[in-house]
Ligand binder design. Sequence first.
Ligand SMILES: Cc1ncc(COP(=O)(O)O)c(C=O)c1O
Length: 208
Amino acid sequence: MVKLNTNENPYPPSPRVLEAIARAADASVRLYPDPEAHALRAQAARVYGVPADHIMAGNGSDELLALVLRATIDPGDRVAFPVPTYSLYETLVAVQGGAAVRVPFPDDFSLPPALAAARARVTLLCNPNSPSGTLVPLERVEALARALPGLLVVDEAYVDLRVRARARDGRPAPERARVAHALQVVLAGRAAGRLAFGHPICWPGCAR
Ligand SMILES: Cc1ncc(COP(=O)(O)O)c(C=O)c1O
């Protein structure tokens, strides 16, 4: 049986990954790691074609989503997201004392127009969405970002699983990263199984 309801890899890691972990498990594990993850961010910057100081690293995208909300939400602020979606958003908004604005997806899981109309301080978009697996094309995400008064956070935890959809969408990761870079968008996601890391990409200033 393959468990699909969490962002886990049903396949074992490549032997080269296990070798790299074994190599890294040396005497330095008694020390704290580089808190700013310079090496990871430099590599991510090369892959996505954006400056390294516009990238944050975190212990999985859950941590990054929590940090983004902690940094941006005051008690009572509105946080909008289409539903049904990733259930943790409710919890993260509640932890910050925010007001969740739940906007129902239409039957085809396209972007609900009421999302932009909610005029929230932060809008969360899980893309591809969990549990529907549907993808909002980049043009729509761009248009949403332009229509919003606040911050748009796009959670791309599952984007690498939508290979065919990405091919149809025709937008490679660097192009999405550039959109995030230019607009009020934080692109969160990219986990590597339980060895989770995440690196949101965002416009200048937000990452600092
Ligand atoms: C939509 C979505 N976002 C984020 C996460 C969290 O992923 P991570 O393991 O990187 O914290 C999950 C995990 O299942 C998820 O389903």
